[in-house]
Design a protein around this ligand. Structure first.
Ligand SMILES: [Zn+2]
Length: 356
């Protein structure tokens, strides 16, 4: 057992014992992580949600990249996460109910440490609505909370491993993947330790690394740095890839990555200036599914409740299943469309098998 989260004697070995305990609990609950490197049938894959493990077979419709609460102040600002939580909770429950009404029962939350991750809000929303929610560990760019500012790369990796195997913020709610982010034009020096720690933690726990990165050249540099730590890109999701070129998407897919287009529903992309219209999104998706049917996913990347409110941006998380699904099905056929919307999301965010 872990003695204390601050115990300097804590070793990688004791962390792994923690991992074993977590996996044992899963086995007792009747759901075991798969031990095979890849299961062709997603029904046997496992997702770690904020209310425990869920089988792929139980997922009907998925959203691959969304946010309920998000905070852009950064953890060193006094205004960070200082909001009317009743309002945030109410908006999140309402939105989740709307998605559930469309048949969506899996939401991959991309709000990680530094941009307002609130594990208790996510669990409350999940319990209130029945929406399965997967929550990440990992730090956004270099928005490290003050209490974690001095951690070394091994310490950071151990922190991520604890969140993936034991629990987050004093709870037993486990993270289901690691989300990292890179600055738009180049990887910032201060982001590198978080990327390295992510690779170490993903290797040890068998989870996916998902990256916020709009530019291909930067995404390729992050991928190379993760690979240099022994991480394999078949457990890598490149988020915000829509501003990049088709040849970049195909290059990353051939290296094993899953490519994500996540501005579905947007009229424009003020963050990265990528294309957002449905026709070009559909062409980009088809360009990948043509030879790589298992490696592309989509989402709206909407945020339901943003702090500060003036930074709320205009996206609609109900658009994917209200409009886009029909267009995708017309473009690709029913089976391939289901790959993009459901099966590939389960594959991309599964837990438990080898990543190195
Ligand atoms: Zn996002």
């Amino acid at each position: 057992m872990l003695k204390s989260i601050n115990d300097p004697r804590i070793s990688r070995r004791s962390i792994l014992k923690g991992t074993g305990a977590a996996l044992g609990t899963l086995a007792m609950s009747g759901i075991a992580y798969p031990t095979i490197a890849f299961a062709a049938d997603v029904k046997d894959l496992v997702l770690e949600t904020v209310t425990g493990p869920v089988m792929g077979a139980d997922i009907q419709k998925a959203m691959a990249h969304e946010h309920l609460f998000v905070d852009f102040h950064g953890p060193n600002d006094d205004k960070y996460m200082d909001v009317d939580w009743s309002a945030a909770l109410g908006a999140s429950v309402t939105s989740a109910e709307e998605l559930k009404g469309q048949g969506v029962n899996l939401l991959i939350e991309w709000t990680n440490i530094g941009v307002g991750r609130n594990i208790l809000l996510l669990r409350h929303v999940s319990r209130a609505t029945g929406l399965n929610i997967v929550c990440p560990t990992g730090i956004y760019k270099s928005l490290v909370p003050p209490a974690m500012a001095d951690l070394s790369v091994p310490d950071l990796a151990d922190h991520f491993i604890r969140e993936l195997t034991l629990g987050i913020d004093g709870t037993k709610i486990r993270a289901g993947f690691i989300k990292i982010a890179a600055s738009t034009e180049a990887i910032a020096e201060t982001e590198i330790p978080f990327h390295r720690a992510a690779a170490i933690a993903a290797k040890e726990t068998g989870c996916t690394i998902a990256l916020h990165c709009p530019k291909a050249a930067v995404a390729k540099n992050v991928a190379a740095s993760l690979e240099s730590e022994g991480f394999k890109l078949d457990r890598f999701v490149w988020g915000h890839s829509q501003p990049s070129k088709n040849e970049d998407h195909l290059e990353m897919v051939k290296r094993g990555a899953t490519v994500q287009f996540d501005a579905i529903s947007a009229d424009s992309d003020p963050f990265f200036n990528g294309p957002t219209d449905d026709a070009s999104m559909l062409d980009r998706i088809a360009n990948i599914t043509d030879k790589h049917p298992d490696q592309v996913i989509v989402s709206a990347d909407a945020s339901v409740f943003v702090n500060p409110p003036v930074w709320q941006y205009d996206r609609d998380n109900t658009y994917v299943y209200r409009y886009f699904e029909a267009k995708l099905t017309e473009k690709l056929g029913k089976d391939l469309a289901e790959n993009v919307l459901r099966r590939n999301v389960i594959r991309a965010f599964r837990v438990g098998d080898k990543v190195a």
